[in-house]
Design a protein around this ligand. Structure first.
Ligand code: ADP
Length: 276
């Protein structure tokens, strides 16, 4: 006989399947199968599909509306056509970014168990990311400063492309959410002993002088599609996947991501990676 059983303690809901079997004429065997993890994974997968569909539906609805208008009432309207083409190109770019981020996330998730083996020097990599972000920073009138000795070398065992993605995402967020005329400070240093990583670590920090994040959101920021302000994120071209990608890459490197923020003062994202 099989009996599904739901136990509710105060914090976590667990789900079991209970199998009862009589052993001959004698005792009864009870087998508890814990289905909680399997059910949670099903929920995560369902939510993920719902989120992706929702993210795609918004630009698709806009595109369909515009196509209809251009085929009908605005057929001969040159000015409207120009304006609509601009919107279409923005929406297509948004879908492209979403697909790129989804592919990155799936790639990163699939090799999360394989620790990278290359040797990477982080100071040079960080400086090259800052140069890549110079144009968007300039257009937002944001100043980026790198603290510390530019020629000092910090080696780790890592995947250079993925680490580049981490720093680019963090810098991009600091520019997008840090506010115009803000200041971004980037730091890199050796920590002799990090208790969580149980050894020497390289700490990289991207700090901005933006509006900060309410502490209530911080534990959820690395969830896929979690945004503090969806409207603002979409307005600045966000997909809601950047920090989820960062978290998975940091996990693959056996590192740690820490987020500290003070409302009205700014936010600091720190990445700790085991040093070589
Ligand atoms: P998005 O594509 O929306 O930027 P992310 O995963 O990169 O997605 O970030 C998730 C959310 O975290 C953002 O939507 C934003 O609300 C918040 N966030 C990220 N970085 C910062 C920052 N430096 N300052 C304030 N809020 C931030």
């Amino acid at each position: 006989m099989e009996i599904p059983y739901r136990s509710k303690d105060e914090s976590i809901e667990r789900e079991f399947k209970l199998r009862i079997k009589r052993l001959g004429d004698g005792p009864v065997a009870l087998l508890f199968l814990d289905l909680t993890r399997q059910k949670n994974l099903e929920t995560v997968r369902r939510d993920f599909v719902a989120n992706v569909s929702h993210e795609l539906r918004t630009p698709l609805t806009t595109l369909s509306g515009i196509i209809e208008t251009l085929q009908g009432p605005a057929r001969e309207d040159e000015a409207a056509r120009k304006r609509f083409l601009g919107i279409m190109s923005k929406e297509a770019a948004r879908m492209n970014r979403l697909v790129d981020d989804l592919l990155s996330l799936s790639r990163v998730e699939s090799d999360e168990r394989m620790r990278p083996i290359e040797q990477v020097e982080l100071n040079t990599l960080l400086q090259s990311c800052i140069i890549t972000m110079a144009a968007p920073a300039k257009s937002e009138k944001v100043d980026i400063t790198l603290l510390g000795d530019e020629s000092r070398e910090y080696f780790i065992q890592g995947d250079e492309d993925q680490l580049r993605q981490v720093f680019n995402n963090l810098l991009e967020n600091a520019i997008k959410y840090g506010g115009a005329n803000g200041k971004i400070t980037v730091g890199i240093e050796l920590v002799d002993h990090d208790a969580t990583l149980r050894g020497p670590a390289i700490c990289l920090c991207v700090c901005d002088t933006g509006p900060g994040i309410d502490p209530l959101h911080i534990p959820r920021l690395t969830e896929r599609f979690y945004r503090v302000d969806s409207h603002r994120s979409r307005a600045v071209g966000g997909t809601g996947l950047g920090l989820a990608i960062v978290k998975h890459i940091v996990n693959r490197h056996r590192g740690r991501l820490a987020i500290a923020s003070t409302l009205g003062e700014g936010t600091a994202f720190s990445v700790l990676l085991p040093a070589l």
